[in-house]
Write a protein that binds this ligand. Sequence first.
Ligand SMILES: CC(C)(COP(=O)(O)OP(=O)(O)OC[C@H]1O[C@@H](n2cnc3c(N)ncnc32)[C@H](O)[C@@H]1OP(=O)(O)O)[C@@H](O)C(=O)NCCC(=O)NCCS
Length: 170
Amino acid sequence: MNSVVVRPAVPADAARLVKLRRKLFAETQFMLLDPSEFRSTAKDEAQRIRLFDAKANALILVAQDGEVLVGTLVASSNELLRLAHSAVLALGIGQSHWGKGIGSRMIAEAVAWSRQNGIRRLELTVHTTNLRAIAVYLRAGFQVEGLRRASLVIDGRYVDEYLMAIIEDG
Ligand SMILES: CC(C)(COP(=O)(O)OP(=O)(O)OC[C@H]1O[C@@H](n2cnc3c(N)ncnc32)[C@H](O)[C@@H]1OP(=O)(O)O)[C@@H](O)C(=O)NCCC(=O)NCCS
């Protein structure tokens, strides 16, 4: 989908990003937050974008179609010295835009960003039933490192996740 631009988030995206995140948490259970837990305001979001922007080891990307934000990817590192080479990633695309290559483009951008910023390891967790996401991550070079059994509870059911990671071998 060529009309969709993938770029770093800027504070002016805050209100639209809140809207997108609220929509993502409502339309899929594959994201971490239950919709009832999402209470960020545009002000909170602008602050988060500025905070991430100030750090070399944190990234917020958005995918924009016209005036609408349709996807977001977040990657951030732990500040501890022994973990600072590693970042954790989360990705969500609005359902109307699934299957158009946007998720794959955002992952490729995140991998390129991690390499440019000396982050050797990018990791994520994904529900074992989320075959679309797993396919995207495998194609981008991520490998399954392990199974996290009953790591989540959703609507009273325990859910298993895979831990996946990509390592820069340079
Ligand atoms: C998972 C997600 C990020 C993927 O983004 P996307 O933009 O839809 O992904 P892409 O279009 O780049 O690629 C999807 C690929 O998965 C494939 N795919 C779709 N359904 C599939 C399935 N059930 N099994 C295997 N592969 C599948 C598609 O064929 C496509 O591959 P192709 O490009 O070779 O045709 C997006 O669907 C999403 O946000 N889902 C809800 C939230 C979520 O799951 N986030 C990830 C949490 S870890």
